[in-house]
Design a binder for this molecule. Structure first.
Ligand SMILES: [Zn+2]
Ligand SMILES: [Zn+2]
Length: 519
């Protein structure tokens, strides 16, 4: 059995792992590469494998860096099912067409430049229509349901606590000689976050493909701390008289912010500011959240049970049209504007940044991960000037960042999650992280006796059969031993009892001494 790391290897985005059991070819995630120009270039051209040969896709969650190349996969010939939780499937129904539309717009812009420069034109990675076409292949699955994928291969989705609907996927593969369990962590969440439940722990694994986004950091601030700081920033911006810009991912982060702003409002702790959700996508996602209350954690479920919509903020305005969004640019203050993209590398937030970054009374609040090469990372690093729409803009606004909203487990949580296994896995593969984070996490895991390695992009590794059959026989026999004893006790036949017991004990001893094992 082989595993190839086609994405999120030595980088954070483009999650894509190909598990080839010899009988089945399973793709876990098929994400878009995001970030620097060089990384994004990987989205173009053909896949390094033939999409027709893939039997099925297991999708951990709806984020574009995990799902964003599925339309291209289908366009290039993949015709199998795509399995994800019901919430993930619904989210993909809005996120993928949106991504298709972004691809089209980006290429139009590129081609206008190319035409002027007399260079050859490029095709979009996929279009909105391609994205709609792939949606027919999505199949919703439930958490904790055993799913037979094929001969000797089964899987189970469990809550990863990262965004609503997110999953970690356990895959069992039976081969001659034994069964191997591979766990794909997807993106693992933090504990005590609004809406989402805490990540589930796995009991056993032979191999783990583990995310490492924050492998080198321990979140200094928990969610409760960040929530307090959000309140402070809202008030300080109100007192300065400027606008508060919050670049936020349309999925999860936006809803968490709405949830908290609503909580402040209910507590009478909000200044009179207008709140704008300037993202039709985030509006659509918020509606999908409302359709999946069964995925909510206890607190949010409790509110719904009491007839409170946890996202039903009364002073919320939705800027759905471009005109409404532009009108906001004219307003010098008094607004809280939540807009995408979360890393400021695209979307309406860039217009708001252009109109506000130079104003000292404005504040930019960064609430999410800022990848290398993005405008968000530049602002986080304290850039004094940035370029937006070909114009140089001076940064005079306050730039504040909080990380308690992070949807990713930090080093401490990752260590705890791996450490919770009953026995160390044979090997952990660190993915979905920048080099520094991966090296630090590898070190931390070594301290708890767990061997981790950092696979290179496109690297293929061989997975040895995990639990040997002999080991399994031993376990079964020890169970049988007890059952046989109970049976004989209920049906006393002293002779049979003695004989069976003698034989089983001998076999137990033989196996316990390591007999029957091959290497
Ligand atoms: Zn994610
Ligand atoms: Zn991710």
């Amino acid at each position: 059995m082989q595993l190839t790391f086609h994405g999120a290897a030595e980088c954070v985005t483009g999650s894509c792992f190909l598990l080839d059991t010899g009988k089945m070819r399973i793709l876990v995630d098929c994400g878009l590469f995001q970030g620097s120009k060089e990384i994004r270039q990987r989205n173009y051209g053909h896949f390094p494998f033939s999409p027709q040969t893939i039997d099925l896709v297991l999708l951990t969650h709806a984020h574009i860096d995990h799902s964003g190349l599925i339309p291209k996969l289908v366009k290039e010939g993949f015709s199998g099912p795509i399995l994800g939780t019901g919430c993930t499937v619904d989210l993909c129904h809005v996120l993928l067409p949106d991504s298709g539309s972004i691809q089209e717009t980006e290429v139009q812009r590129k081609n206008r430049k190319a035409q002027r420069a007399g260079k050859p034109l490029v095709e979009p990675i996929y279009t909105m229509d391609d994205a709609y076409a792939c949606l027919n292949q999505f199949r919703p699955v439930r958490y904790n349901q055993d799913i037979i994928l094929g001969d000797g291969v089964r899987c189970r989705f469990r809550d990863a606590g990262h965004i609503l609907g997110s999953a970690l996927v356990e895959v069992w593969v039976r081969e001659p000689g034994g069964e191997t369990k591979i766990v794909f962590s997807g993106d693992l969440g933090n504990k005590n976050k609004p809406f989402v439940r805490d990540p589930e722990y796995v009991e056993e694994a032979d191999y783990i493909v583990l995310e490492s986004t924050y492998g080198d950091r321990v979140h200094q601030e928990d969610y409760a701390g960040s929530r307090e700081r959000l309140k402070e920033v809202v008030w300080s911006t109100y007192r300065k008289g400027g606008n508060l810009l919050i670049p936020a991912f349309a999925v999860e982060r936006t809803q968490e912010l709405l949830y908290d702003l609503f909580a402040f409002t209910r507590a009478g702790e909000m200044p009179p500011m207008q709140i704008w959700l300037d993202s039709p996508l985030a509006t659509a996602v918020t509606n999908i959240f409302g359709d999946h209350p069964h995925c909510f954690d206890d607190e949010a479920s409790g509110m719904i049970a009491c007839g409170i919509d946890p996202l039903g903020l009364p002073q919320l305005n939705h800027a759905l049209t471009v005109e409404e969004s532009k009108m906001l640019n004219q307003s010098p203050g008094g607004n809280i504007i939540i807009a995408g993209s979360g890393m400021c590398d695209a979307g309406r937030i860039r217009h708001h940044l252009k109109h506000n970054l130079w104003r000292p009374e404005a504040t930019v609040l960064l609430v999410g991960y800022q990848a290398e090469g993005t405008l968000g990372r530049l602002l986080l690093n304290g850039a004094e000037k940035v370029r937006l729409f070909g114009e140089e803009i001076v940064v005079r606004a306050d730039v504040v960042s909080v990380n308690g909203y992070s949807a990713h487990a930090d080093q401490k949580m990752l260590r705890e999650w791996v450490g919770a296994l009953r026995r160390p896995p044979r090997q952990v593969f660190l993915v979905h992280g920048e080099q520094r984070a991966q090296l630090a996490l590898r070190q931390v895991l070594a301290e708890i006796g767990v061997a981790a390695r950092i696979p290179a992009w496109q690297e293929t590794v061989r997975l040895e059969p995990g639990r040997k059959d002999e080991e399994r026989i031993w376990q079964l026999l020890s169970g049988l031993h007890g059952r046989t004893a109970r049976y004989l006790k209920a049906n006393p036949d002293p002779d049979a009892y003695r004989q069976v017991l003698e034989r089983l004990s001998a076999l137990d001893e033989f196996l316990a001494a390591g007999g029957g094992r091959r290497g």
